[in-house]
Design a protein around this ligand. Structure first.
Ligand code: FES
Length: 322
């Protein structure tokens, strides 16, 4: 479908600051009535006033068809998407919104669910725990790691008496020495699934601590923007497509997925943040700089997630099974 045609205006019915630097927006159908349903863990894409398209996880109740709620951290240092939204959008405005997608669904049938949220990574997990509370099963527990109480969204709600014993909130004051030790939580899989959303460092730590878990039991969501793994010192390299011998150049600032798309070669993809596993591609030669949270250590020599990973320094060419 034409990208533009996917966007439809929704009315901002509430816009409020809910914690230091965090703003909540409630969106409704402009003529009233029900919105298309969403599943816990889903995100919306919306066009903010400065023209950028940004993804935000839905944090409200999936059973409430009248509202879509998002909570947005105002990031000064980014491309300006969150600043444009937080500073430029007020209740009553219309915002162009594309239908929800879910790369972070409550899949499987575990005996319990473990949620690990870092900062604004709490947003998709709020929708998940609202859903599980309504369903009554399976048991779940949340570890919510933030810098300080003032910067913690949904704190009052998570302190509700019915959630007693299910929520651990830890503030580290920004000091790495005070980081919460998740190893006792993750040491034994015990038939559980873990869902983690937060800063890259937290997700990488959880990935490292869950190497012995079944791959299907560990789920990540990157709340950053697509292509967020681009770095200023990235080098150009070539990908060669083994089935045709064709070579495609990948410049700095462009992902392999984007370079292939520009060359007319489509690879199935979804999250574009190295977390969903959709763009998994065979790697036949060359050493990759893996930047995803999907591949297990033993898979890295022969596979690559082309939405984020690149050639390792010193590798001029990667040969892909395409
Ligand atoms: Fe999701 Fe690449 S598109 S991991």
């Amino acid at each position: 479908m034409d990208e533009e045609a996917e966007f439809h205006p929704l009315r901002v019915v509430a816009a409020e600051r809910i914690a230091e630097g965090i703003h909540r927006f409630d969106l409704a159908h402009p003529e009233g009535g029900e919105l298309p349903p969403f599943t816990p863990g889903a995100h919306l894409r919306l066009r903010v006033p400065n023209g950028l398209v940004r993804r935000y996880s839905l944090c409200g109740d999936p059973a409430d068809a009248r509202l879509y709620s998002i909570a947005v951290k105002r990031e000064e240092g980014g491309l300006g998407g969150s600043v444009s939204l937080c500073d430029g959008v007020r209740a009553g405005d219309l915002l162009p919104v594309a239908a929800s997608r879910n790369d972070f669904a409550l899949s499987g049938n575990p005996v319990a669910r473990v949620f690990i949220a870092g900062g604004i990574g709490i947003t998709p997990i709020m929708a998940m725990i609202r859903h599980l509370q309504a369903e009554g099963r399976p048991p779940w527990k949340l570890w919510y790691l933030t810098r300080s109480p003032a910067q913690t969204a949904f704190l009052e709600e998570l302190r509700a008496p019915e959630l007693r014993g299910k929520v651990v909130v830890h503030h580290d004051g920004g000091d790495p020495d005070k980081a919460f030790d998740l190893w006792p939580v993750l040491e034994q899989p015990k038939g559980r699934h873990v869902h983690c959303c937060g800063p890259r460092g937290l997700m990488q730590a959880v990935r490292d601590m869950t190497g012995h878990w079944p791959a299907s039991a560990v789920h990540f969501e990157d709340f950053g923007t697509a292509g967020g793994q681009k770095r200023p010192d990235d080098l150009p390299f070539t990908v060669r497509l083994a089935r045709t011998g064709r070579a495609v150049e990948v410049p700095p600032g462009t992902t392999v997925l984007e370079a292939l798309h520009a060359a007319g070669i489509e690879v199935a993809h979804s999250c574009e943040s190295g977390t969903c596993g959709t763009c998994r591609t065979g790697l036949l030669a060359g050493v990759a700089d893996h930047r995803d949270l999907v591949l297990m250590e033993h898979e890295k020599a022969a596979q690559i997630m082309v939405c984020v990973s690149r050639a390792a320094p010193g590798t001029g060419e990667l040969v892909l099974d395409l």
